[in-house]
Design a protein around this ligand. Sequence first.
Ligand code: ADP
Ligand code: MG
Length: 334
Amino acid sequence: MAGGGLGEFEIISRYFARAGARAAAGTTILGIGDDAAVLRVPAGHDLVAAVDTIVEGRHFLRGCDPRSIGHRALAVNLSDLAAMGAIPAWATLALTLPAADPQWLEGFAAGFFELAREHGVDLVGGDTTAGPLTISVQILGVVPIGEFLRRSGARPGDLIAVTGTLGDAGAGLGVARSPQRGRDPHARALLRRYEFPVPRVAFGRAARGIASAAMDVSDGLAGDLAKLAAASGVAAVVDVDRLPLSAALRAAASPEEALDQALGGGDDYELVLAVAPAAAPRLAAAGAETATPVTVIGEFRAGEGVLWTRGGRAFVPARGGFDHFGGASTQFTD
Ligand code: ADP
Ligand code: MG
């Protein structure tokens, strides 16, 4: 282990092998400390697994608050489980650190475990290595057999619904990069949405058996809705004037900028769902039960692709979705 006075085993025992949450769904037979973890999935459930890596300079800015990094590393994974309607239970953490900086580790672990406790996620293992700052979290959850949500279930005639508000995190990244970093309350609210995204776990679970398809919006609605439509073999038609925008975004950005962030900004970790019109009231009720705003923004039709409209005319988003190898303009290197 490079740098600092802390060795690999001290890092693990001091910061990560602490008594965390009990797995909310399922039982941890063996957690951190052996060669592998042993986990028991409750009867009648399937195991749901996802992994996401965040890299300094690509997914978060150099010098970013380590609490935010710890939070986001887990939140992006919880969001994937939310989109599946799954209940989170366990996580493993592969941490690559340039140096063993106790202050950084303290902040990172605080951000990670705060969110882990909130969702009953038990950290059951991982890997600690030296190298460029990179964090991989694997999340494991459970879902009653056959009840998971997926991207491919949208049918012509289904409504398109989104949770929360869109574009805040993209605008918040702009705040994070600006020299006067969040001086006014609107800018601070946007920055918070970027640094501490709230995965829609309770809502995703409540949407099981109601929504016909779901996915999380991590790379901007424009690209992500296109993926859902393609997976389902349908077309999507969206009136961009119906996109839910927060008061903070409306106050901090011009209408054009706000729309651009909502469609192309990314990092919002809201859910986009398909729901049959007859089931829409039940989806609204699921939103009310879980304190999750739900907005219908359009509908699916036979065909392919996404048709964006504004005032009855076709509208072309300035940016498509984010693609790490597509040379998109939203990536940053410092
Ligand atoms: P091995 O060499 O068998 O892979 P390690 O010595 O790397 O095991 O890790 C010892 C134990 O600590 C294992 O149970 C492993 O899962 C856990 N662990 C290592 N790094 C982390 C981490 N960053 N967070 C949580 N658990 C970790
Ligand atoms: Mg081993």
